[in-house]
Ligand binder design. Sequence first.
Ligand code: S3P
Length: 169
Amino acid sequence: MQNIVLIGFMGSGKTTVGKALAEKLQMDFVDTDALIEAQEGKSIASIFETQGEAKFRGLEHNLLEESDFSNAVVSTGGGMPCHFNNMDQLNKIGTTVYLKVNSEELTQRLIGNSANRPKMLAGTKEESKKRVDELLQQREVYYSKANFTIENEGKRMEEVVANIINFCQ
Ligand code: S3P
């Protein structure tokens, strides 16, 4: 089977679904944020803080350029598809699956979780929702280039995993 690449907003379930998918298919699980953290020896939040977002986006892009994934489920950072030609590159790496979740639900999942998510600013629920809406609106155009879109809300994870496997086979 080709690599499977999960894309979608922060909190859309890429890691949870990706790990379950990899286990079920006996594929490797790869997380692009974790690869960057290991390579740089610091957290994503610290890279943003000390070197800025542009540096992080460069690291994400280089990772894709140099990637050599095989038999892998790749979980990507939420902004990765939306910079440079990364979405085209991701479509070359494997079958891309967009885990789609509405902004209300995303806000619920992300609220109070901004410390290690530099793109989310701490604030009220209304402010968080506004931020999610704003980013989603900018990003949807990239996410919609995925080979397959699946809604990941109000569904059991097993169902989501089964749907993805069905599509990728
Ligand atoms: C980001 C999402 C994060 C991480 C970084 C930036 C984004 O990954 O790459 O904080 O721009 O949406 P997750 O989607 O895994 O939270």
